[in-house]
Structures are given as structure tokens and as C-alpha cells.
Ligand binder design. Structure first.
Ligand SMILES: Cc1cc2nc3c(=O)[nH]c(=O)nc-3n(C[C@H](O)[C@H](O)[C@H](O)COP(=O)(O)OP(=O)(O)OC[C@H]3O[C@@H](n4cnc5c(N)ncnc54)[C@H](O)[C@@H]3O)c2cc1C
Length: 222
């Protein structure tokens, strides 16, 4: 593993609200990142914050993602604007005996920093890594990016040096009063898991007679 600081160990990433949900293990942070497909990336332009969802992959100690050269988000980040990237895995609904204590099970990673623009061979390698992470096996048969497609693309890497991790799990956290209340102590409480899954692949018209590639048979979520 790396010599980067532990999650939550900087003044900006120290979790203050419900600190018992803090995770300081970088391996757990990376496992969460490896389990996700979508990140939310923040950028401020003209004083207005925007939070943009993107596909991403972790590559070593960096998260990589890509977008259009015409995109405000990507141009601003490529110019060195500070950002905050979050990945959230939603694991369940928590039904407590009060609405106030009801919550969610989740695993989140938040990364702060400034992106590095990838170019040349490094960009091509990152784009192939991104494709392989999202669609394992696909780079073996789909066409790779053309020069004009690379020109239309900004590929960014965010170093995971300043991160925090928060994990919410366990049973409902009811107040002592609700646990003995004659009405609320008798209602159902607990957790409803949320499980992400992949549906049955649907071929387009041109691929209707083409067998499903073997690499897709191993794909799964949840
Ligand atoms: C699916 C989901 C639903 C949620 N619903 C609610 C809700 O309805 N209301 C609510 O108040 N909170 C909710 N949370 C928790 C929320 O994400 C924040 O943790 C919480 O609001 C405290 O934010 P803060 O900035 O005041 O915390 P602080 O503890 O002051 O934040 C300090 C530092 O802790 C880190 N940090 C804070 N939150 C997270 C996080 N989630 N993941 C990783 N690092 C973090 C950051 O580095 C941040 O700079 C939800 C979280 C998830 C994932």
C-alpha cells in the first residue's frame, strides 16, 4: 500500500458529524471506490457550484474520469480548479421508531484536490483502464479511440491523497424513550437492504444474431 496520509487525517477531511462512522483504512476506501461506477465531481464556475455525475475508475492512488473538451466542468478542472469528488454506495434504508432517527446505510469516499490532465500515451492508457474498469473485457474487441476522438476528450486524474471515508451500517439507533414507549416500541423497525444488480443484456438490431461475448458472462453487481 502507499505512504499517503490516512483517510480523515487532514484538517479538511476530519469527520466531525457522527465521527463513529469514520473509516481510516485506505484499503477500505479503495474497495469502496472499486465497487462503484459513478462519482459526483464538484466545480465552482462564476461563483456557482455544480456537481456533475461521471463514470470513473481507480487506478492505483488516483481516480480517473473523462469528458468532452467542450464541457465547462472538464475545462475548468483541467485549468486547475479545486474539486471535491464523492463516490456513494447506497446499501439500505434504516427504519427507526422515529422519523428523526431513520436514516440510510451507505459507504462513501470523498476526495479533495486538483486534477491532473492526462495526455499522449498516458491518456490513451487511462482511457483503456477506464473502459476495462467499467466494462471488463471490452477493450479486447471494441474500437480504440481515434486521434480526433482524443482531441475531443479531456481525461483527468485526481490523486487520492486527501480523502475521507464514512460508513453507515448496523441496526436503527432509537432513543431510549422510543424503545420503551407504549406505542412506538411496538412498531416494526429495522433495515431494508438496497442491492444493485445488472439486468439481462439487450442486443441492438445489428447485434441481434451476435452471441454474447464470454467476458460479459462474468459481469455482476451487488
Ligand atoms: C446516502 C446518504 C444519505 C445521507 N443523508 C443525510 C441526510 O439526510 N442528512 C444529513 O445531515 N446527512 C446525511 N448524510 C451524511 C452526509 O453525507 C454528511 O456526512 C453529513 O451531513 C455531515 O456533513 P458535514 O459536512 O456537516 O460533516 P463534517 O463532519 O463537518 O465534515 C467534515 C469532513 O468530513 C468528511 N465527510 C463528511 N461527510 C462525509 C461523507 N458522507 N463521506 C465521506 N466523507 C465525509 C469530509 O472530508 C468533510 O470535509 C447522508 C450520507 C449518505 C451517503
Amino acid at each position: 500500500m502507499t505512504a499517503l496520509p490516512a483517510p480523515g487525517s487532514t484538517s479538511r477531511t476530519q469527520i466531525k458529524r457522527l465521527p463513529e462512522k469514520t473509516v481510516v483504512d485506505r484499503e477500505i476506501a479503495y474497495a469502496i471506490l472499486d465497487a462503484g461506477l459513478m462519482a459526483h465531481v464538484a466545480v465552482v464556475t462564476d461563483g456557482q457550484p455544480y456537481v456533475v455525475p461521471v463514470g470513473y475508475a481507480r487506478r492505483g492512488d488516483e481516480v480517473i474520469f473523462h469528458g468532452s473538451s467542450a464541457s465547462r466542468l472538464f475545462r475548468t478542472l483541467a485549468d486547475g480548479a479545486p474539486t471535491c469528488l464523492t463516490v456513494t454506495l447506497l446499501d439500505g434504508l434504516v427504519l427507526s421508531r422515529s422519523l428523526f432517527e431513520s436514516s440510510m446505510h451507505y459507504r462513501t469516499v470523498m476526495a479533495l484536490g486538483t486534477c491532473r490532465r492526462l495526455e499522449g500515451d498516458e491518456e490513451v492508457a487511462a482511457l483503456l483502464d477506464l473502459s476495462e474498469s467499467l466494462m471488463p473485457g471490452r477493450t479486447t474487441e471494441a474500437r480504440h479511440p481515434l486521434p480526433q476522438e482524443l482531441k475531443a476528450t479531456i481525461t483527468l486524474a485526481l490523486l487520492l491523497d486527501e480523502i475521507s471515508v464514512k460508513v453507515s451500517d448496523g441496526p436503527p439507533d432509537d432513543t431510549d424513550a422510543d424503545l420503551v414507549d407504549p406505542v412506538y416500541s411496538k412498531i416494526w423497525a429495522g433495515c431494508v437492504p438496497i442491492v444493485e444488480s445488472l439486468g439481462e443484456p439487450v442486443a441492438d438490431d445489428l447485434a441481434s444474431g451476435v452471441p454474447l461475448p464470454d467476458y460479459m458472462r462474468t459481469w455482476s453487481r451487488g
